[in-house]
Design a binder for this molecule. Sequence first.
Ligand code: SAH
Ligand code: SF4
Length: 461
Amino acid sequence: MNKLDSSLVARALREAGFAVVEQATDADAVIINTCSVRAHAEERVFSHLGHLKHIRKTRPQTVVVVMGCMAQRLGRRLLEHEAVDIVVGPGQIPRIPQMLADAIADRSAGKHIAVSAEIRAAGSESEARRLDEFEAAFDSDENHIKSQAFVRVMRGCNNFCSYCVVPYVRGPEISRPPGAIMEQIRKLAGGGIRQVTLLGQTVNSYEYPAGDRTYYLADLLEMASAIEGVRWIRVITSHPGKFDDSILHAMAGLEKVCPYLHLPAQSGSDEILKAMNRHYTAAEYLDLLGRAREIVGDIAIAGDFIVGFPGETEADFEATAELVRRACYKNIFVFKYSPRPGTHAVKKLADSVPYEVKQRRNGELLDQQNEIAADYNMRFVGRDVEVLVEGLSKKPHLNRAEHEDNPQLIGRTATDYIVVFNGPESLTGTFAKVRIGKTTALTLFGEVAEGPCYNKNSIAS
Ligand code: SAH
Ligand code: SF4
């Protein structure tokens, strides 16, 4: 979500005549997009602001903007920071170009703020209209990976998981009209985008009533599949609580829809899931994975987990470890519970699990998953996979002059596996076939193979 917001703002600023520079020390304006999901993300913003305060000693004219969820959450308190000039919540980002231009034109005009006053009230509807227009103008994504773009299908969240700040800072669920979404995908495809990722906090809750029918996520997948130029369509993130099988059938039946689900479980203990307000049990979650594998076949599944939620016992944690053993994930993201101000959990439940215990459980869960994935991934050895090439890998020593014609590249399969191989940099943004020679828990290594490989069912089975 934040990557998309950054791209939207960058596009609008480019249109307004701004250009991106590499160094904060060369910039007229620095914009920090922020996340409030965990305290650590917010702490990092404060550390960036400390650095900017230092830069402003020699460049006092640099305007500093803080946008995103932290801006919405802290509002005026953030504006009081010495290094901050403008604070803009996620619902107000269309205003950034004008606010920035005003601030640059008149540095004496003081500080500015635009956050949503009533994030959960009706006021957000006009805001949604403005955001829709802002978003509809998005027709290329120079910020993100070549040939790929995010397309938001819905904003906000209604779930109020007890630990989560998102509903308070991003507001209620609002689904965008299917027509606007398709028009945007058509524009992006026309501009060379080959993979679109349909985004929502709980993208499977997409619901848009129009006349005598209602559009759901499966309908969007079908409509997007019909758009020429688009090759791969992904969706993130899904909530396991109300997952309709129509999505799985769309995934199975539509060639362009990637067989991949990010389906956070958060815990494997029913007690904890209840306290988290997740509305499913571990057995129901595993049942959904079973249906997904039955209907879609070789689908890759990624999960999120929170360890050290208030009251989590060793037995609760063991239930989570057991779920991870049974789920057969492609990968998991594990987070240490972080109390967030304003949430139900912070008001009602003490942060009872010591940091060292959270740390240990975090490590144990990842180690266990890595072992499972390392074993499971060996099935790829000797197979050809199709990847969308993202560009140079992040190993600079393998990308220097001596490897100029054949540097190390990184790509992803439709099932979101990371594939590392050598090839010309000009492959970036195109689809390539790679023969896998070696695998680890998180990465497949191979070399470019000859011939087309355009059938989804031959990608990662
Ligand atoms: N809408 C998505 C995820 C949003 S936040 C969903 O519901 O799946 C991304 C991840 O951050 C969550 O899946 C959760 O695992 C983690 N997270 C959210 N709040 C957290 C908190 N207070 N402490 C630790 N992790 C948290
Ligand atoms: Fe947060 Fe839960 Fe909504 Fe995800 S579904 S954004 S975890 S409240």
